[in-house]
Design a binder for this molecule. Structure first.
Ligand SMILES: NC(=O)c1ccc[n+]([C@@H]2O[C@H](COP(=O)([O-])OP(=O)(O)OC[C@H]3O[C@@H](n4cnc5c(N)ncnc54)[C@H](OP(=O)(O)O)[C@@H]3O)[C@@H](O)[C@H]2O)c1
Length: 281
């Protein structure tokens, strides 16, 4: 691999969840650096729109981008895509597992179906991609980026399903990191804080406490997440945490977990108290 601006020129990159938010911003950044990018998600129209938007945004001549309709939770379809990808492009140099879904509800009110859906997409989706694409990468090496979250380092109110998947992704990625070394495949796990993407729309229906926690540190932009991701790939970092506040919160949680618990419990208590005042309790 070359270094600097041309580091990813001509490299094959596949990005799940590439039709929106962080995945789309990553696709654009890699296209600008001359990579060949395939974005994958379920809705074809959104994929087409993203391809057009990225093509019109980049100054590169003949941007190399295509798309694949894929539900990452369907292991057979993921396996079929890997075969097709291999036939058309060969092995991917980088896989970015950005496909994800979030649902914030009180655990007691969350249906089994919703809980299981979050696990299928966020956790099994990433595992399915790794299982099907690693055999293609084994002989050429490369890099896998699994997108977890700050909610994978700190359990968040309302995110019993989401945090379960994001914690699990860190464990999965740690094991994978050790095992993939022998194939020269690096593994990173990216843990963004709240990011300004369409995913955040789910907060409108979330418990007040979740809303207050999610907005307490503000939102960072997808471009900032992607910058940290690319820097982390270049430096072969395992844990990538974008943003200064998030890094600080991670250190706080690691060394003084009781302080993070106290901080989060304080936000929750304040909002529950406000709620009681509103209903006159
Ligand atoms: N936004 C945040 O604050 C934040 C913070 C930390 C971590 N993250 C993580 O970052 C990743 C990207 O999130 P985002 O904010 O960019 O979300 P987003 O804007 O909602 O994009 C999610 C993407 O995933 C795709 N997707 C959803 N379910 C899928 C499935 N079953 N199969 C294939 N693709 C699927 C969506 O397309 P289709 O619906 O068409 O399939 C879309 O392209 C997620 O893993 C998320 O958990 C986000």
């Amino acid at each position: 691999m070359m270094t600097g601006e041309n580091a990813f020129k001509g490299e094959n990159i596949i990005i799940t969840g590439g039709s929106s938010g962080i995945g789309k911003a990553a696709a654009q950044a890699f296209i600008m650096m001359g990579a060949h990018v395939t974005i994958a998600a379920r809705h074809e129209y959104a994929l087409q729109q993203s391809v057009e938007e990225i093509q019109s945004n980049v100054v590169t001549q003949n941007p190399q981008i295509d798309y694949a309709v894929l539900d990452v939770g369907n292991d057979e379809k993921v396996s079929e895509l890997a075969d097709k990808y291999n036939a058309n492009h060969g092995s991917p140099y980088i896989i970015i597992n950005s496909a994800g879904t979030a649902d914030a509800e009180y655990f007691e009110e969350m249906s089994k179906e919703v809980f299981d859906k979050v696990i299928t997409v966020n956790l099994h989706g990433t595992i399915n991609m790794c299982r099907s694409f690693i055999p293609l990468m084994k002989h050429s090496g490369g890099h896998i980026v699994n997108i977890s979250s700050m909610a994978g380092l700190i359990g968040i109110f309302g995110y019993s399903a989401y945090s379960t998947t994001k914690f699990a992704l860190i464990g999965f990625s740690q094991s994978l990191r050790c095992e993939m070394k022998r194939y020269n495949i690096n593994v990173s796990v990216l843990c963004p804080p709240s990011v300004d993407t369409p995913m955040m729309a789910m907060l409108e229906k979330a418990p007040k406490e979740t809303q207050a926690i999610e907005t307490s540190g503000g939102l960072i932009l997808p471009a900032e997440v992607v910058k940290a991701m690319i820097n982390g790939i270049r430096k072969k970092r395992f844990l990538i945490i974008p943003g200064t506040t998030a890094k600080f919160l991670y250190m706080l949680t690691r060394f003084t977990p009781w302080l993070t618990e106290w901080y989060i419990d304080g936000i929750v208590k304040k909002n529950q108290w406000n709620e009681r005042r509103v209903v006159g309790g």
